[in-house]
Design a binder for this molecule. Structure first.
Ligand SMILES: Cc1cc2nc3c(=O)[nH]c(=O)nc-3n(C[C@H](O)[C@H](O)[C@H](O)COP(=O)(O)OP(=O)(O)OC[C@H]3O[C@@H](n4cnc5c(N)ncnc54)[C@H](O)[C@@H]3O)c2cc1C
Ligand SMILES: NC(=O)c1ccc[n+]([C@@H]2O[C@H](COP(=O)([O-])OP(=O)(O)OC[C@H]3O[C@@H](n4cnc5c(N)ncnc54)[C@H](O)[C@@H]3O)[C@@H](O)[C@H]2O)c1
Length: 460
């Protein structure tokens, strides 16, 4: 059956549902198509479940540290993984059902469950029906990349999706990839009680960050008993006597690392291979991401791509911001651009790493004259009172314009505190605005003006 709509949204990730609802409310006859689970990655096997599991892991960690605070727990701390998973499943279910109910209760919006595939630039086939619209919005996200490792097809392995079904404690979790996904799971499972080994191919953890940040994070994780192998090239994966054995070449020496379970955390690939893009003229890059301009339009008029699939961001907040940009431009006659966005993200290990703007390495490479302020978290009263003094804060300022170029907060509550610096950047105000502000005692934020009061030239 042929169906005609004003607008079609493919995928219910972090931008599609909000956009579909706004378009429908604006009077456009709209359809939204989802092939799997409403809410996509963040809701079902990304941010929400991992941060819920991290919360359980933190409770276990703090319970083990309780005597340091004068609180005595008389029996050993045990983690019941079935209960941990049940708590996670409940929180995911609420979000997943919340998205589905919201969409189904929106007037003028048709919700279709099935796989969408283009059959032409403005024609989509789903469940045997042909849908047509002048405006199409792609929000199909991505999935875990699986590296081509010899022996991998012969064994069972986990990705972030498979991890969602784990309701037992792996005896020894081997994690390939030492970046966002790998490190969040590493600390979480170590705190649940597993032995954990991270095997990273690059010379350091989270290679996008400055070297000192990678080194500090390595210290924090090793301090909790996580084994870390860097510059490791995996030669073979096999199952031997019930154990998983990875043969790893590090600095020309072959080692064997064995464990009970294997998690692959080696990046993401966009869900564009089965979308029929070849029938549309929509351009993709060498890795399959849809090429978009600063307003998120694809190379075909009337088709936009939002979220991870456009390669312009890989976070829930970047996907949601994509929705805001597209909706404002289409419905509010605004002229918003993704180029105005300041990079911002956090790695939710404990303490969290929060990052905005440029890294030190990027500032040095830009050739600007810059100032840097650094403060150890051990100087922060809130951190000492809470017994969580690991990490440090660092802010970069342009020596001429006095504007903040970037900041890195590795420390307790850094993921919240960083927003005061981010908002000053968006306001286009000089760093002195926040340096002269009076902040509340005793918080981490109260030290931000002090941090900005002691800037030194950044050395290349
Ligand atoms: C383990 C993990 C932890 C993460 N933690 C964080 C975090 O803490 N903070 C953060 O900001 N980000 C985090 N992320 C990233 C975040 O989840 C994504 O950036 C975010 O979900 C944005 O996704 P999206 O909107 O591009 O689409 P997605 O959420 O990936 O959704 C795409 C949807 O499209 C559907 N779909 C795909 N193809 C089709 C088709 N042909 N037809 C119909 N439907 C289709 C899919 O089934 C899916 O539901 C994490 C990711 C992972 C994997
Ligand atoms: N806190 C957050 O916001 C958060 C949390 C988790 C995930 N995410 C999102 O998910 C995306 C994917 O995260 P990720 O950590 O999987 O990917 P990533 O691309 O950040 O890192 C992949 C890592 O795996 C390593 N690697 C790749 N192949 C390897 C191999 N064969 N052997 C050893 N190491 C190998 C790489 O060197 C790299 O360090 C991120 O870009 C991020 O946007 C965000």
């Amino acid at each position: 059956m042929n169906q005609r709509y004003d607008a079609i949204v493919i995928g219910t990730g972090q931008s599609g549902p909000s956009l579909a609802v706004r378009l429908a409310q604006a009077g456009r006859k709209t359809a939204i198509i989802e092939r799997k689970r409403f809410g996509g990655t963040c809701v079902n096997n990304g941010c929400i479940p991992t941060k819920t599991l991290i919360a359980s892991a933190r409770v276990a960690h703090m319970a083990r540290r309780s005597a340091e605070f004068g609180v005595l727990i008389d029996s050993p701390v045990n983690v019941d993984m079935a209960l941990v998973k049940a708590r996670k499943d409940l929180i995911v279910k609420q979000s997943n059902e919340g998205v589905a109910t919201w969409l189904r209760n929106t007037q003028n919006l048709t919700v279709i469950e099935g796989h969408a595939r283009f059959e032409g630039p403005h024609t989509i086939r789903v469940n045997g029906d042909l849908l047509e619209a002048d405006e199409i919005f792609i929000n199909v996200g991505g999935r875990a990349a699986v590296p081509d490792l010899p022996g991998l097809t012969e064994i069972d392995y986990l990705t972030n999706s498979g991890m969602m079904e784990v309701d037992f404690l792996p005896q020894h979790l081997l994690i390939v990839g030492g970046s966002y996904i790998g490190l969040e799971f590493a600390q979480m499972y170590r705190r649940f009680g597993s032995e954990v080994t991270v095997i990273e191919g690059g010379p350091r953890l989270i290679g996008r960050e400055d070297e000192q940040v990678s080194a500090r994070i390595r210290d924090i994780l090793e301090g909790e008993g996580i084994h870390i192998k860097l510059a490791a090239r995996i030669q073979r994966v096999e199952k031997r006597d019930g154990a998983l054995v990875l043969t790893v070449d590090d600095n020309e020496t072959l080692h064997e690392i064995s464990g009970s379970h294997l998690l692959l955390a080696t990046g993401r690939v966009p869900n564009t291979g089965d979308l029929g893009l070849e029938t549309t003229g929509i351009q993709t890059d060498a890795r399959g991401y849809i090429v978009v301009d600063d307003k998120l339009s694809t190379s075909v008029a009337g088709i936009w791509a939002m979220g991870d699939v456009n390669g312009r961001g890989a976070f829930t907040h970047t996907s949601y911001n994509d929705y805001e940009i597209v909706a404002s431009n289409l419905l509010d006659h605004a002229s918003r651009s993704v180029a105005d966005r300041i990079p911002a993200y956090a790695l939710f290990i404990d303490p969290p790493l929060a990052r905005i703007g440029m890294t030190e390495r990027e500032v040095i490479a830009s050739g600007r004259r810059a100032l840097v302020g650094t403060m150890q978290m051990a100087r922060v009263g809130r951190a000492r009172e809470r017994g969580e003094t690991q990490g440090y804060m660092s802010v970069l300022v342009d020596a001429e314009t006095r504007k903040i170029l970037g900041a890195m907060l590795l420390g307790i509550e850094g993921d919240e505190v960083i927003h005061s610096l981010l908002d000053i950047m968006y306001a286009g105000a000089p760093y002195t605005t926040i340096q002269r502000a009076m902040h509340i005692h005793p918080t981490v934020s109260e030290l931000v003006p002090t941090l900005l009061g002691d800037l030194k030239p950044l050395q290349a």
